[in-house]
Write a protein that binds this ligand. Structure first.
Ligand SMILES: Nc1ncnc2c1ncn2[C@@H]1O[C@H](COP(=O)(O)OP(=O)(O)O)[C@@H](O)[C@H]1O
Ligand SMILES: [Mg+2]
Length: 254
């Protein structure tokens, strides 16, 4: 990769007692890439993204974001630098409207900087800016027509999209998603993957996705990392990775 990566890991290792969950994992994610991590159950995918997100500390190795060593930073500090993640179960306020759900995290985010804000422009101006951004994001996810509906009215798939909309409000550079297609019907699953492409193109967001529904996810991504027993055993375009004998073997063996 000639372009400097937005995210990279160098020789990450992680053990849980006697289990080696990750062993010398080095990846480089280019800016505005839609990258996918695949691998059979137990191959280390969740551990890797938890190390990248800061939920787990590696035993060895480093994590870099925009060239900065973030290995020891908390998830919150990483979030402030633009490295965000969504949760498998959307963290929504079901009695609030779709728009309110998108705006709430902004209030929390900025409340910590109240003084700074009071000294700069007014709350009202900011609120206006957030509402504009909220509608831009909701529109990209085809939720804008539902802005006034209570979140409890949304389908399960729409709730996942709303969770994504909330994360997008902070203008992250990279979003990590763990199994965004889990429990979603095929047509919505295709829709979710195509939204990720739209967000990549329209907002310049980089995505790192863990997903095991390969039939759907592979059609949409730029780059694939295949993991097996805590190591990256193949990487490259979806076509080349899925034809790699070691990858086929890993899936059949698993
Ligand atoms: N908190 C934990 N405690 C002990 N073992 C764990 C823990 N998390 C993961 N592991 C083990 O590490 C290995 C990798 O797990 P994981 O990263 O969850 O794989 P994947 O997400 O690919 O299914 C597995 O052997 C798993 O049992
Ligand atoms: Mg997992």
């Amino acid at each position: 990769m000639l372009i400097s990566p937005i995210l990279s890991t160098r020789n990450i290792s992680k053990r849980f007692g006697g289990v080696t969950a990750l062993s010398n994992v080095s990846i480089r994610v280019g800016p505005k890439n839609l990258s996918l991590i695949i691998g059979p159950n137990g191959s280390g995918k969740s551990t890797l993204i938890n190390v990248i997100g800061g939920l787990l500390q590696p035993d060895d190795g480093r994590v870099y974001f925009n060239g900065k060593d973030i290995t020891r930073l908390s998830p919150h500090e990483r979030f402030r630098l633009g490295l965000a993640r969504t949760f498998q179960t959307p963290q929504l306020f079901t009695s609030l409207s779709v728009l309110e759900n998108v705006l709430v995290p902004m209030r929390e985010y900025y409340e910590e900087r109240v003084l700074e804000i009071l000294l700069s422009d007014s709350w009202r101006l900011r609120e206006k800016k957030y509402v504009g951004r909220a509608f831009q994001v909701l529109k990209l996810l085809n939720l804008d027509h539902l802005w006034d509906a209570p979140a409890s009215d949304l389908s399960g798939g729409q709730m996942k999209l709303l969770e994504l909309a909330r994360v997008l409000m902070s203008d992250p550079q990279l979003i990590i998603l763990d199994e965004p297609l889990a429990g979603v019907n095929p047509s919505l699953a295709n829709e979710i993957m195509s939204y990720l492409r739209t967000l990549r193109d329209e907002l310049g967001v980089t995505f790192l996705v863990v997903e095991h529904r390969l039939d759907i996810a592979l059609k949409f991504v730029d780059y694939v990392y295949a993991m097996h027993q805590g190591q990256v055993i193949a990487e490259g375009s979806p076509d080349t990775v899925i034809k790699n004998p070691a990858v086929i073997e890993a899936y059949l063996g698993g």
